[in-house]
Design a binder for this molecule. Sequence first.
Ligand SMILES: [Zn+2]
Length: 446
Amino acid sequence: MGSLGESAPPYAAIETSHHHHGHIHSAEASPPTYEAYPTCLPETFPIGRTKTTPVVSTDLLQAHLTILGAFDALHQKVRQVGANDPDAAWAVFLARAVYRFQKWAPCAKFADTEVSPMPPLDVLMVWHSYLLNPRIYFEDGLRVFPNLLAIPSFPLLYISTTISPITFLPDTPAHFHKSSWESQTHLPYEYTLITARSETLDVPCPTCEGEVMVPVPWITDAGTGFAQRNFHAQCEYCKRSFSREAMCVRKFCNDVVRVRESPSNCFLAGTLLNPVTGARSDADAKLLNERLILTSIFKDETAAGVARKLNFRLRNVRTYTAASFHGILPQRIRRSLACYDDPSPFSLELTGAVLRQGSFIQKMVGLGWTAPGRFSGSAGDLNDVHVLVRCIARYHAFLDLMTSGVTFFVPTIDIDLAWHTHQLLNNKYTSDTTALIVASQTTTIK
Ligand SMILES: [Zn+2]
């Protein structure tokens, strides 16, 4: 918790002014002394023993806030349309958004230029939350989604220019956005606000050999649709019924078979990165994976066969995996198995990630920070951009604290904004934080 590579922990009103170098303007919780604060960033900030040019800019923070405003507008719209049960309407909408993102991820291409086709807003929202879990995102990119990893950052500036200051939603997209999206994903560009009981998606049957796709409804009256809590379906081919848990177990078994077949290139989720630095570490991962698949239950069977032996229960996955480690699961393996608690190809439950991010967005909206022109006032105004300069300064002080060996630190909400913005510059974030962690290790005893 509180480590640089991880996603932002929940915020708490913790005082952050106890800064050991004293080079940052007093960072009192409230109210800030606006007039004393500069309206542009310094050339460098001290972090640890080095000086670092600012990792984010006020333009990026403003663009990010505009986009958060759009996500909020989308949320409001879905709740309004699904007014008889707005929470359920939002949950179904998010499940579909994750599925749409899943179709885009393998073929994703996107650049910070207006000639680049832009995915629809619901998909951007899921991608945004995924990026705020930088280590999972990085590892999933290495293992499963090279196209996502090839996109250096979330195109904040470009996306923000498409958002209408009236509706807070993207302007009607140009034809090439739609045609590109539709040819890549075979899904309509427009998201669905109200899901009908007749609408289905295809999921892989966990019990069939090979990959047999089964059409399942998003919602049913009994609450057994894929976007609902008690998901259950029957495969048309093998006639067996299955749950989400069976799909999770099969996802694990598919990976076990891949590791067994090509131990040099395939790794279970959550095992490829060094837990301290977050850097890719193939040699360690290979040893860990080899040891994990030693258990006889994982041998000489197809993925479906291994899943059957495990009786499609996640509990059995844990028990048999622990057998490879004298009955006690190492932290790294526990982290790995947690990646299989969701049946999607992602190593975290993205609907939950978007829901959690929603509470941060609510706070930004509540502060009025997402309102158009909020930071466009002239110098000395309360609406001045110095508020964002201050966020960025405090974020650098936070990075400095983190590299000084303070292991537990909960950032305040303004620091979170700068932190999230940095995380959205995924390539830069990964290299910046890895460099900072390596630098701090020379002074910190681990
Ligand atoms: Zn089947």
